[in-house]
Every structure is written in structure tokens, then in C-alpha cells.
Design a protein around this ligand. Structure first.
Ligand code: GLV
Ligand code: MG
Length: 326
């Protein structure tokens, strides 16, 4: 390990994060009793400009009025380039109950963007005597944000997680997407001809780079990496494939832009039982091996060592946290 120690953000389950438009209060109660690990009430892109003030009021009211159970509760404020952000932050933190856990900041481009919101939130917390410190979820969804991702991730002790906003990221970089967070059949490789002259075309993952960058920046700063939206909520199979790929790359969860995606995400980001059993076995085997004076061991014909312990510990910790939630 480096001499630099990475401080981990507060641990929270983030397998599914349900997006709920702040201008649709009729969905709030359902979201509150649903099975998402986290819910964010949106004041940004799901809300039309004319509805911003009423959405803000309804969201503030619902934070205190609904029973959110043990969910992580967040509000997505508007971006720093809009005339709404300051009022979102001020009205929200001056008036909402202490049930609010996080603020989600969209379209973050530089570390200074986080600094500005942090300064504002800190003053309001001090002035109003709020006891619970609100944390930040950061959406990386512009070319500028991706370029500055390392500094953004380190910008505030309030930071808890990084999220990939696939729709805005595609708009900002001018990626040619077919639908939000989905694949494009033009992005692939053609194999060389085989002996019969036949060639195959293999689709590739156009989201590999941004997701990997996001995972690295998040983990290097002790934050949770989380994959963002997948727009085609009627295609559970495609959602599953995209979420599984994000899980394999190290993400802890994915957004649900429709309630039907919540259970899918919860299942996919729950470590599979056989992998957890194997992780527990690794910990037992390594303990025995260490007691016998060895640093590495063989398990099922494969090498395991101290790195295997670290991997296994993360998996077991996640499984235990999920089991504790019940
Ligand atoms: C989310 O905000 C996105 O742009 O995908
Ligand atoms: Mg966006």
C-alpha cells in the first residue's frame, strides 16, 4: 500500500438508486416504500423550468412527511450553470427535515464546482444548526468533468459517490448513442477472415472507458462508483447486461429510471452466493495457511495470497451489509 491512506466515505448500500421527478409527488410514497437502496428526488432535468419552484416545495415537504425507512435519501439539485442551483440549496437546507442524507450535484466540471456547493451548504448548516452533515453525490456527465475527475473526486470531505450520467455524457462528448446508456451497433471490431474467408463482427462496449475512469477516480478517493441510467426500461435483458458489466468493473450499483429496474439492480449488485461462499473459504484457508507459517496457499487447485484476502474481505463486507438490511 501507498504511504497515502485513502479515507473511505460513509458505507451505504447503493445497489439501486431510483430517480423520482420532483414535480411528480404522486410517485413519492411509492418510492418511499419500494425496495431501492437509495432514492433521489429530482429538481433538475426531469423537471420543466416553470415547475421548479413547486417541485422544490413538494420535495422539501416530502422529505419530512414520507416514511423513507432505511433508504438513503438524496435530492438532485440543478447545475451551477443555471439560475436555480443557489435557491435549491438554500431552500432545501434551510427548510427540509434532517432526514435528507445526500445532495446530488449534476454536471460537475471542476473541483471548484464542488467547492462552491460545499461552501454554501456549510454556511447554511452552521446558520441553521443542522446536526446531520449532508453528503454529496457527484454526477460525471460532461467532457470537462471527465477530464477533471480526479480533482473532483477529492474536492470535498462531503463527497460519497461518483455517478456516470450517460445521457449528458453522450451529449457533451457527442458520442453517437442510440438510446440512453445503451450500445451502438456501429461500435465494434471486424475479425480477420478465417480460412473460409468468413468474418465476424463483435460489438464492443462504448461505455468501457468512462466507467473504468469513474471507478478508478472513485476508489482512489474512497468513494462509491455508481453506473447511471439505462433508458429502455422495457428491455430488462439489456439492463441486466449493462448492469452486470458495470458490476464486474467495480461499480456498486446503478440508477433505476423506472421502478421495474430496482429489483434487477438489487440482484445484480448483490454478490452471488457462490462467490461469497468462496470468499469466506479464502479467508479461512488463508488464516490456516498463515498459522502454518505460509503467505500463500492453494485452494481448489488455484493460488491464493494476501491480495485474495483483500478481495474476499470486500465481498464478505458487502454481503454482510446486505444481509443486515434484510
Ligand atoms: C443523467 O443525469 C444523465 O445525463 O444520464
Ligand atoms: Mg444528466
Amino acid at each position: 500500500m501507498s504511504h497515502t491512506q485513502v479515507t473511505q466515505a460513509k458505507a451505504r448500500l447503493n445497489r439501486s438508486e431510483l430517480a423520482v421527478p420532483g414535480s411528480s409527488p404522486k410517485f413519492f410514497e411509492k418510492a418511499a416504500v419500494g425496495s431501492a437502496d437509495a432514492v433521489f428526488l429530482d429538481l433538475e432535468d426531469a423537471v420543466a423550468p416553470d415547475l421548479k419552484p413547486s417541485a422544490r416545495r413538494d420535495v422539501i415537504q416530502a422529505i419530512g412527511d414520507c416514511d423513507w425507512g432505511d433508504k438513503t435519501l438524496s435530492v438532485r439539485i440543478n447545475g451551477l450553470d443555471t439560475p436555480y442551483m443557489y435557491r435549491d440549496a438554500v431552500d432545501l437546507l434551510e427548510n427540509c427535515s434532517e432526514r435528507l442524507d445526500l445532495i446530488m450535484i449534476p454536471k460537475v466540471g471542476t473541483a471548484c464546482d464542488v467547492y462552491v456547493v460545499d461552501a454554501l451548504v456549510t454556511q447554511i448548516e452552521m446558520a441553521t444548526g443542522r446536526k446531520k452533515r449532508v453528503g454529496f453525490e457527484i454526477i460525471i456527465e460532461t467532457a470537462l468533468g471527465m477530464q477533471n475527475i480526479a480533482e473532483i473526486a477529492a474536492a470535498s470531505p462531503r463527497n460519497e459517490s461518483l455517478h456516470l450520467g450517460a445521457a449528458d455524457y453522450a451529449a457533451s462528448t457527442r458520442m453517437r448513442t442510440v438510446q440512453i446508456g445503451g450500445a451502438n451497433p456501429d461500435y465494434g471490431v471486424l475479425t480477420d477472415p478465417n480460412a473460409d474467408g468468413a468474418r465476424d463482427f463483435h460489438w464492443s462496449d462504448m461505455w468501457h472507458y468512462p466507467i473504468t475512469q469513474l471507478v478508478v477516480a472513485a476508489r482512489a478517493n474512497g468513494l462509491r462508483p455508481c453506473d447511471g441510467p439505462f433508458g429502455d426500461f422495457s428491455d430488462a435483458e439489456a439492463f441486466t447486461a449493462h448492469a452486470k458489466r458495470a458490476a464486474v468493473l467495480g461499480c456498486e450499483g446503478k440508477w433505476a429510471i423506472h421502478p421495474s429496474q430496482v429489483e434487477l439492480a438489487n440482484n445484480i449488485f448483490t454478490p452471488p452466493a457462490d462467490e461469497v461462499a468462496q470468499a469466506r473459504q479464502i479467508l479461512r484457508t488463508m488464516k490456516e495457511s498463515e498459522a502454518a507459517g505460509a503467505g500463500a496457499a492453494a485452494m481448489d487447485g488455484k493460488l491464493i495470497d494476501y491480495a485474495s484476502i483483500r478481495q474476499a474481505e470486500h465481498l464478505v463486507a458487502m454481503a454482510d451489509a446486505i444481509a443486515a438490511k434484510g
